[in-house]
Design a protein around this ligand. Structure first.
Ligand code: ADP
Ligand code: F6P
Length: 323
């Protein structure tokens, strides 16, 4: 067929559980509508090298339950330059693509936005554990990461309580505190340090711990987002100031892996499907978003310009319920 449509798909930035479910959804929705799909390996790095494989319904068999991304991912410095973006746009044209589907976070979709200004037709799908894309209420991977963090905190609480210690647990989130907030709220942490609350107030934290002790709390669980400080240094500062034994745990990449939860598989499937439906409706340079319980798309430029205030009510709620 001469007029057969052809799309490319890549995953970029930090991997997130559910990215495979999103790849599966895009590939199956596309091939079932007679659209040819080229998988691009290693994100924008692979686009610049035209590192591609043709995909069909079978290529995405049995991947929904897998963490990570079968297409691999990368951070690509060349894409940050105007020359790199020009080169990527040229390769897109040489490949004869009708659209490039980008699954990734804020950085990856910003890269997509830059390409869209050079004539590349982008369809973005939010995939990041951080929940840091302000245009959407959900990003693929968040639920799995939070469940991993919550589960770890439940276990840390057992030992923290037995030894009557302070436990400082560092979770991911360089610029965004939603993982810390949700892990803290769902594991009953006594305090959550998040970038959105400004520089970590260690003196205030120490006062809170001493007040909690005075109220009969013999152990305290503190969460710190990686962007708000170093758990080891914070635990030492607490122990030095209070004399209470304090221990640090850094959850690190544990939170990025694992089989996606049902919530992530559902969002990923629905977002991937909606992305292809939008393409079939003739939409271009759009980002799929989940808003008020529905999947839809919005203009990519507008989506990337969205600013959502941090949910302070949720923080206040978690704090109030913790003691
Ligand atoms: P995430 O998509 O998870 O936020 P990054 O911020 O690391 O991850 O971005 C992933 C990749 O997207 C970068 O390595 C780069 O190739 C591309 N990218 C990020 N920001 C930009 C930008 N401002 N302009 C062009 N490309 C970008
Ligand atoms: O964007 C996801 C994320 O896991 C962030 O929470 C974290 O700050 C960052 O990626 C870590 O990136 P890297 O894989 O480069 O260490």
């Amino acid at each position: 067929m001469d007029n057969e449509k052809k799309i490319g798909i890549l995953t970029s930035g930090g991997d997130a559980p559910g990215m495979n479910a999103a790849i599966r959804a895009v590939v199956r929705a596309a091939v079932n509508n007679d659209i040819k799909v080229l998988g691009i390996r290693h994100g924008y790095e692979g686009l610049l090298k035209a590192d591609i494989l043709e995909m069909n319904a079978k290529s995405v068999s049995e991947i929904m339950q897998l963490g990570g991304t079968i297409l691999k991912t990368a951070r690509c410095a060349e894409m940050m330059t105007a020359e790199g973006q020009e080169r990527a746009a040229n390769i897109y044209k040489i490949l004869g693509l009708d659209a490039l589907f980008v699954i990734g976070g804020d950085g990856s979709l910003t890269g997509g936005l830059k390409l869209s200004r050079l004539g590349v037709d982008i369809i973005g799908i939010p995939g990041t554990i951080d929940l840091d894309l302000d245009c959407t209420d959900y990003t693929i991977g968040f639920d799995t990461a939070v469940n991993t963090g919550m589960d770890a905190m439940n276990k840390i609480r057992d030992t923290s309580s037995s030894h009557e210690r302070v436990s400082v647990v560092q979770v991911m989130g360089r610029n965004c505190g939603y993982i810390a907030l949700w892990c803290g709220a769902t594991a009953g942490a006594e305090e959550m340090l998040m970038p959105e609350n400004g520089p970590a107030d260690i003196d205030g934290l120490i006062r809170t711990i001493l007040e909690n002790r005075a109220k009969g709390k013999d152990h305290n669980l503190i969460i710190v987002a990686e962007g708000s400080g170093d758990a080891i240094a914070i635990a030492k500062a607490i122990e030095d100031a209070t004399g209470i034994e304090s221990r640090a745990t850094i959850l690190g990449y544990l939170q990025r892996g694992g089989s996606p939860t049902a919530v992530d598989r559902m969002h990923a499937s629905a977002m991937g499907y909606e992305a292809v439906m939008a393409f079939l409706r003739g939409e271009r340079n759009r980002v799929v978003v989940y808003k008020a319980g529905a999947y839809m798309t919005m203009d990519l430029e507008e989506g990337m310009a969205c600013k959502r205030p941090f949910n302070r009510d949720m923080y206040r709620m978690a704090k109030t319920l913790s003691v």
